[in-house]
Ligand binder design. Structure first.
Ligand code: SAM
Length: 298
């Protein structure tokens, strides 16, 4: 295939996308449309199927992921392979977990056609990422994915729990969810996803991704979130997550009232809060994950 020169793409909401094949085999709009047509694929909202069709965005994601040649990457929802093709040259192996069997079956063929030198690096698992209990192959060291937006947080938390060997993650999610994941205690966006993600990792926003780089274009904005694993706080994860859920279920209440059911009564909640050194009138959004872990351990 002739390598055509690609014009730079402006990453703004009005960007016009280049349809030319890229020299590095990445999928552009024409290739995405062709593949979808061949498969008779109509992207569904239920599976969050918004495919990346802009090579510059793929390069940006791969660059931002900061992979090394030794990394073993788990990609959830490879779809038509846009990101997979960008990841394969940048790491030792990719294990791709795709729920849609048509897409999972096609992926090795797409890689064989576009990047035959990397076929050995790819393992495809046809499964619901929320339900996988193990992954084949060597331990995964990084998670990089354009996640299905409707299940992004549960998938991310499930994989961080399931795969302790994951040191870094870079995920593309709905911008609002990105803000929530990366929010610090006391901020408006801070909530259950922020605290639970903080159990596993330092979390930060890593840029925005405009709507036109997806096909079909989603009706929400998108953002990247970078996670770096750190030691979990001392204490029991399940018990800590239970108190986090309770604290945020009634967001407006002070913790004495919000945790009454969790503790058995308002007085018991107050006693446990005081034992953990937390003012009972505080609200959940003021507490860090370490505070919640301490409270769960009382
Ligand atoms: N990575 C591709 C890209 O960037 O073009 C596709 C990303 S698309 C946002 C999400 C992908 O996740 C789709 O291919 C969809 O079929 C898949 N998917 C949806 N729910 C899933 C689940 N629970 N487990 C695994 N894959 C899922």
């Amino acid at each position: 295939m002739a390598a055509l020169r690609q014009e730079p793409v402006r990453l703004t909401p009005t960007a016009t996308l280049n349809t030319a094949p890229t020299p590095d085999g990445l999928l552009g709009p024409a290739a995405i449309r062709d593949l979808a047509q061949q498969l008779g694929l109509r992207p569904t909202k239920a599976l969050g199927q918004n495919f990346l069709h802009d090579a510059n965005t793929i390069r940006k994601i791969v660059r931002t992921a900061g992979l090394t040649a030794d990394d073993v990457v788990c990609e959830v929802g490879p779809g038509l392979g846009s990101l997979t093709l960008g990841l394969l040259p940048a790491c030792a192996a990719v294990t791709a977990v795709e729920i849609d069997a048509r897409l999972a079956d096609q992926l090795p063929l797409t890689v064989a056609e576009r990047a035959p030198q990397y076929t050995d690096r790819l393992t495809v698992v046809t499964a619901d990422a929320l339900r996988i209990a193990e992954l084949p192959g060597p331990p995964v060291t990084a998670l990089v994915a354009n996640l299905p937006y409707n299940v992004a947080v549960p998938v991310l938390l499930h994989l961080l729990e399931l795969l302790p060997s994951v040191r870094t993650a870079l995920v593309l999610v709905q911008a609002e969810v990105a803000d929530r994941l990366a929010a610090a205690p006391g901020s408006a966006a801070y909530g259950v996803p922020s605290v639970k993600a903080a159990w596993y990792a330092d979390v930060r926003r890593a840029g925005n991704v405009p709507r036109p780089v997806f096909w079909p274009a989603p009706n929400v904005d998108s953002g990247l979130v970078a996670l770096t694993r750190r030691p979990a706080p001392e204490g029991d994860r399940a018990a800590t997550f239970a108190v986090i859920d309770a604290a945020f279920a009634t967001r407006r209440k002070g913790l004495r009232a919000a945790l009454a059911r969790w503790a058995g009564s308002p007085a018991a909640a107050e006693a446990r809060l005081r034992a953990a050194g937390i003012d009972p009138t505080t609200r959940g959004e003021q507490l860090s994950v370490t505070d919640f872990a301490r409270l769960a351990a009382t």
